[in-house]
Design a protein around this ligand. Sequence first.
Ligand code: 13P
Length: 256
Amino acid sequence: MKTYIVGNWKLNFTVGEASIYLHKLLKNLPNYRDVEVVVAPSLIALQPLSLQIDRHKMKLAAQNAFYRDYGAFTGEVSFSQLRGIVDYAIIGHSERRYIFREDDKMVAKKVAAAIRNKITPILCIGETESERAFGETADVIRDQLIGGLSEVSDDDLDKVIIAYEPVWAISSVRECKLATPDEISEVVKLIKKALKDTYGANLAEKVPILFGGSVNPSNAGSYLTVPGINGLLIGGASLILGEFTDIMEIAKRVRA
Ligand code: 13P
């Protein structure tokens, strides 16, 4: 399985800034064999950047899209419109769940729409600080995971990536804390068990699991060596070219 290094740029960079960043990134980007480099710029930048990138070296992801392919949905962009422009889509990010009120049903429809349009969904799940404090982590993880996958057929499970992002570890959250490798490992076990119980061991082991939450070059190595972790979803540090490329190099070394 590849190691995924995914940069989530959130609501940052104009189209011009994004293009300059990618120009600099591509200039020195090696053709990693086992590391899949992905960035998720703003929606408005995806189309021009898709013409600029070298898809042998890196891929684009959408940060969101709507689950219907067309129709009277003012302001929305569909996965079918993004087909051919992006290879991945981040779905169910905690910022979408808590700021834009997306629930597991909506997330499940988006995951299905992505797969239908040949886009790999990166389904984000993760508990809040209070859910963890109340001992609800296992239930939240299971509900978001199985709920988010509820419209995916067994045959399509290997087209899905899961990202575990504890909300309390995201750098923009007030008083965020760093997750420890042990805490991540516990949740990876929960994810694997839920997948195995629902889909069987063979299918479950095909699903990559990423970690996200204040990842930077000094902790990336320890997170990438957590058993069962296949990559990282990076917010703040992915906006800084040097930090993002350092993390790719760390991923390459961890693989070697
Ligand atoms: P940070 O890396 O800034 O904590 O963001 C994590 C995240 O939300 C990526 O999707």
